[in-house]
Design a protein around this ligand. Structure first.
Ligand SMILES: Nc1ncnc2c1ncn2[C@@H]1O[C@H](COP(=O)(O)OP(=O)(O)OP(=O)(O)O)[C@@H](O)[C@H]1O
Ligand code: SF4
Ligand SMILES: [Mg+2]
Length: 363
């Protein structure tokens, strides 16, 4: 293992010429826990706790981990819906300038909101039910001054075609669409501002399996057409395996492993990753269509009161004394540059991965 590279900045293997779009450095998002009428601060939820990773131009970076591990909070910090407690979110803009989004004010953020967009899990709740499609998508064009009033209709029609919807749907309201179609409207809204980076948070999780596949194909086609970069948050490991180039595994606010999809799935270097994949049940279409999640033995630690040392130690079958006292840092593996994990025994353990196509359930 290389000694102190905790920034997790190596380029993906075989892609040394690719530039980062985003560098997340030591990101922290702590939510205060308050008590009583005076809202006295009695603690904090460390939803994201010192997370570092890079996202490279044109790639799909997947983020996985059990519920409550901080995936959405990380996405909301990157899109600056939340102002992080600490850390840097360095975005490389269209001109190649580096800008730290975590420090910017509302008005300073405006130009970047256009370039970094989010797609949500529930297409229905993220669309205003009282607005027809032309306004739902048109408002993004207006706010970002992409089209004049006279141009809006034509631009919306074009966007509808691009996401595989009929341009005649212009005047329809969200309730008139199926779940899959509504997600396409959500995608069209995200695309309307001509983004470079899209954070898709469980964007296909609420959809039926066949519609999921269509939506993933759409996202892949759009990626190619518009040279998009995705951060793809998902609990379904088979979806992640299908669409992602690199993967980050989160546990209780920490990034515990990152690397190429092949490295992380086939040769995991963190016991949590191994446990996630071992818990994948045999493919069962009935379970998957209901979005059933993998359940690991033991409880996920509480981010407002995490265990000492390595947060995974109470559930880890390989835990030793040092794991209870010393927190491991994210380290790069010498034999597989670009593959990082945070485990004291990452080099010694022979962990079991999954072969391509085996990760067919949810985490
Ligand atoms: N606004 C908030 N105020 C207080 N705590 C919060 C807030 N948002 C998230 N949390 C807490 O932060 C932790 C991480 O939540 P987050 O939603 O980021 O997890 P997640 O990995 O996206 O989970 P899921 O897979 O269920 O979507 C959880 O303990 C959650 O309860
Ligand atoms: S540091 Fe110890 S407890 Fe943590 S994952 Fe590694 S072996 Fe398990
Ligand atoms: Mg979430």
């Amino acid at each position: 293992m290389s000694s102190v590279d905790t920034q997790n900045t190596a380029t993906p293997i075989g892609k040394e010429d690719v530039k980062p779009v985003l560098e997340v450095k030591n990101l922290k998002m702590y939510f205060p826990i308050t008590k009583g009428l005076l809202r006295r601060r009695v603690g904090e939820v460390k939803a994201v706790d010192d997370v570092s990773f890079n996202v490279y131009e044109g790639e799909v970076f997947g983020v996985v981990g059990e519920s409550g591990c901080g995936k959405t909070t990380t996405g909301r910090c990157i899109t600056r819906v939340l102002k992080p407690t600490a850390g840097e979110i360095i975005y490389h803009d269209k001109r190649g300038d580096r800008v730290n989004l975590s420090d910017l004010s509302r008005s300073e953020l405006r130009p970047y909101r256009r370039e970094i967009r989010m797609i949500f899990q529930d297409p229905f709740s993220s669309l205003n039910p009282r607005l027809p499609v032309v306004d739902l998508i048109g408002e993004v064009l207006k706010v970002n001054r992409i089209a004049t009033d006279a141009e809006i209709k034509e631009r919306v029609k074009k966007l509808l075609r691009q996401v595989g919807l009929r341009p005649e749907y212009l005047e329809r309201y969200p309730h008139a669409f199926s779940g899959g179609e509504r997600q396409r409207i959500g995608v069209a809204r995200a695309l309307a501002s001509e983004p470079r980076l899209v954070v898709a948070d469980e964007a296909v999780s609420a959809l039926d399996v066949s519609i999921q596949a269509q939506t993933i194909n759409l996202l892949q086609d759009l990626q190619e057409e518009f040279n998009l970069t995705y951060i793809f948050v998902a609990h379904d490991l088979s979806v992640v395996e299908h669409i992602c180039d690199r993967i980050g595994v989160m546990y209780v606010g920490k990034m515990v492993e990152t690397g190429t999809k092949e490295e992380v799935f086939e040769r995991p270097k963190h016991p949590y990753t191994e446990a996630l994949m071992a818990a994948v049940p045999k493919p069962d279409p009935r379970l998957r269509s209901r979005g059933q999640r993998v359940r690991l033995p033991g409880e996920v630690a509480d981010p407002s009161n995490p265990p000492s040392g390595c947060y995974f130690h109470p559930r880890c079958r390989y835990a030793q004394e040092i794991c209870r006292t010393k927190a491991p840092s994210l380290q790069e593996h010498e034999v597989t540059p670009g593959h990082y994990s945070a485990c004291h025994f990452a080099e010694e353990l022979e962990l079991k991965g999954v072969r391509p196509g085996e990760a067919s359930a949810s985490a």
